[in-house]
Design a binder for this molecule. Structure first.
Ligand code: IMP
Ligand code: MG
Length: 179
């Protein structure tokens, strides 16, 4: 089994680029059918989604716009101790079909916070696409419209996902060893 070391941890090959891109192709095909008349605005969430977003958008062939945002994350006074806010959205989303493009939904907290904030700008509808979903880790109910792959709750790196900032450039996805 192919392994890599990212910083202090060992990871083993979990999903190859070929497998991932087959799943991404299926999602794009579905979007091409569902969204053809909707003039969608894709909002890709950096940093993690940069490879997924690129591979997905290369396969989406309908008229659309593509934009990028980040979620700031800082300690604050709230029940969870963390506050997350979208920044970098320049388009007016009022009345539009918006498709959020995320790398992974784990507990679902990040996505549900993002949706709460996007709704305030009165889009016509918000659809959610994630490359990966860890169904067993979900803690909140989030509406997910396009999920490329479901995976176990192990920690993974590669294909845009990082461990402490590293490993995003790995072309395949690796999972942590002995977990
Ligand atoms: P959530 O708020 O728990 O759903 O977490 C979402 C964010 O946590 C993702 O956007 C990722 O940045 C990060 N994340 C969750 N699981 C992993 C993983 O296995 N590897 C790397 N990052 C992860
Ligand atoms: Mg992310």
């Amino acid at each position: 089994m192919k392994t890599v070391k990212v910083k202090d941890k060992e990871f083993e090959l979990f999903l190859t680029q070929e497998v991932i891109e087959k799943a991404i192709g299926d999602i794009a095909e579905k979007m091409n059918k569902d969204l053809a008349e909707k003039d969608p605005l894709f909002i890709c969430v950096l940093n993690g989604s940069f490879i997924y977003a690129a591979e997905l958008m290369k396969r989406v062939s309908i008229p659309c716009e593509v934009s990028f945002v980040k979620m700031s994350s800082y300690q604050g006074i709230s029940s969870s101790g963390k506050i997350k806010e979208i920044y970098g959205l320049e388009e007016d989303i009022k009345g539009r079909t918006v498709v959020v493009v995320e790398d992974i939904v784990d507990t679902g907290y990040t996505m549900s916070l993002m949706l709460e904030q996007l709704v305030c700008d009165e889009p016509k509808e918000i659809l959610v696409s994630t490359m990966l979903l860890k169904p067993e880790a979900l803690k909140v109910d989030v509406k997910l419209d396009y999920v490329a792959m479901e995976i176990p709750s192990d920690f993974i790196v590669g294909y845009g996902l990082d461990y402490d900032g590293y490993g995003r450039n790995l072309p395949d996805i690796y999972k942590i060893k002995n977990s």
